[in-house]
Design a protein around this ligand. Structure first.
Ligand code: FAD
Length: 411
């Protein structure tokens, strides 16, 4: 019978296996994962697993019952598309359908990878290495004030470690949030007792804990450990030269049904970028919800009998409204949509307060929403963004008015 091979045993890979069975794919399924651990979820790594409130975050999936074969601790090294074969460090494997779900790998600080005490936060092993650092209560330096940096800082401050965060840009989340929205979030660092140093790069990291991190302005920071959270890029180096189209950002280029340039080969999750008709651009999303929803579209293509044709019978167009959340500094932060430069900002509540939301409007329509401690705004905003609803600015600016009551027909 036909065999679907899935490369990568993270959320996207595992969910593709599950979705294939849900959609009545009867062929064999093999999931290959480089990590030796039972497949697990990543968001808890910078939250409960880091603080010791949870030991791990294994997926609640019965692989045996679903007839999904796991090959763990096996790394895929290449692909021979003409033979429909994947090459691994444990031999070759034939496939009829192939799903690339290798996720992303964190960027490293140049010259830091061999320095003891310098680490990343992507895997269960990373989180377990960082736990004793938190338990020690000794000073840590965080490089990068992005989502991971903020969540690690939260955990480290909870554990009582002195924390200095070094950010090369002039504000936290510079890659994703405009300055007005990042400003109140910068204040959260100080409120938690962490020192945030923006606009300065790391020049070097050293072995000596007394002079661990040297900044471009000459400052030297002591630290027992350094955590680097400066972004991630698709884990696709192994695909170079195999015939699968990659975009310039390293992502696997897929079409709106998550099919790669090679017939019978799909890609999904953090490793893939897809064309969004909704937003008129190609999206590369590094968030959990995308790795959860994308697999259903892949499974629909495979189980629907794509036969490698241009228009699969059961294919589903994948064009989601992006969603993600973060838990930082005692706050639940959620974002839905996709804002662009030039969108108009509309606040609900005081940005200095404990809970507020901000809406991005384009030509009167709700494009995106960031909710801090206001999950109802998020839930209602999500529906409005999906519908492309307009907003009555006066009503929407009143945080006491439910957001859905501010919806109007799009202008
Ligand atoms: P991954 O989870 O990266 O899984 C890919 C797997 O493939 C990995 O296990 C990798 O080892 C394996 N692999 C790679 N290359 C090969 C190869 N050549 N051969 C075999 N196996 C290979 N998102 C949110 O929306 N909210 C959050 O709060 C949030 N918190 C996060 C916290 C942390 C610490 C991290 C790291 C991420 C967080 N995310 C969060 C992002 C979310 O976890 C990712 O978007 C999601 O894990 C992507 O799933 P994936 O399956 O595409 O990739």
């Amino acid at each position: 019978s036909a065999h679907t091979v899935i490369v990568g045993a993270g959320l996207a890979g595992v969910q593709t296996g599950v979705a294939l069975r849900e959609q009545k794919w009867l062929g064999a399924i093999t999931v290959i994962g480089a990590e030796p651990h039972v497949p697990y979820d990543r968001p808890p790594l910078s939250k409960a697993v880091l603080t010791g409130r949870a030991e791990n975050a294994e997926f609640d999936v019965d692989f045996d019952a679903l007839g999904i074969e796991l090959r763990l601790g096996v790394t895929v090294t290449g692909l021979r598309v003409r033979d429909r074969a994947v090459l691994t460090d444990a031999g070759e494997l034939r496939y009829d359908r192939l799903v690339l779900a290798t996720g992303a790998e964190p960027l490293t600080l140049p010259g830091s990878t061999d320095v003891p005490g310098v680490g990343l936060l992507r895997t269960l092993d990373d989180a377990r290495r960082l736990r004793p650092v938190l338990e020690s209560g000794e000073p840590v330096v965080v490089v990068g004030a992005g989502w991971i940096g903020a969540e690690f800082t939260t955990a480290a401050r909870e554990a009582g470690c002195p924390v200095t965060v070094v950010e090369a840009a002039d504000r936290p989340l510079a890659g994703t949030m405009p300055a007005e929205v990042a400003a109140p979030m910068a204040a959260w660092y100080a409120e938690a007792g962490a020192e945030l140093r923006t606009g300065v790069a790391v020049r070097a990291v050293h072995e000596d804990p007394a002079a661990k991190v040297e900044l471009a302005d000459g400052t030297v920071l002591p630290a027992s450990a350094v955590v680097v959270g400066i972004g991630a890029r698709p884990a696709t180096d192994w695909l170079r030269g195999c015939g699968v189209d990659l975009a310039s950002d390293g992502s696997v280029r897929v079409d709106q049904q998550l099919r790669t340039s090679v017939p019978g080969v799909y890609a999904v999750g953090d490793c893939a970028s897809f064309p969004s008709a909704r937003y008129g651009e190609r999206l590369l999303i590094h968030h959990w919800d995308n790795a959860l929803q994308g697999p259903r579209a892949v499974a629909a293509g495979i189980a629907g009998g794509d036969g490698g044709q241009a228009v699969p019978l059961g294919g589903t167009v994948y064009d989601p409204v992006p969603y993600f959340w973060s838990e930082q500094f005692g706050r639940f932060v959620q974002y839905v949509g996709h804002h662009r430069d030039g969108d108009e900002l509309l606040w609900r509540g005081e940005p200095g307060g404990h809970s507020w939301s901000v809406c991005w409007l384009r030509e009167g329509r709700l494009n995106a929403l960031l909710a801090v401690g206001r999950p109802r705004d998020l839930a209602q905003g999500r529906k409005l963004v999906e519908r492309g609803a307009g907003l009555d600015r006066e009503l929407a600016a009143d945080p006491a008015v439910p957001l859905k009551k501010a919806a109007v027909a799009p202008p």
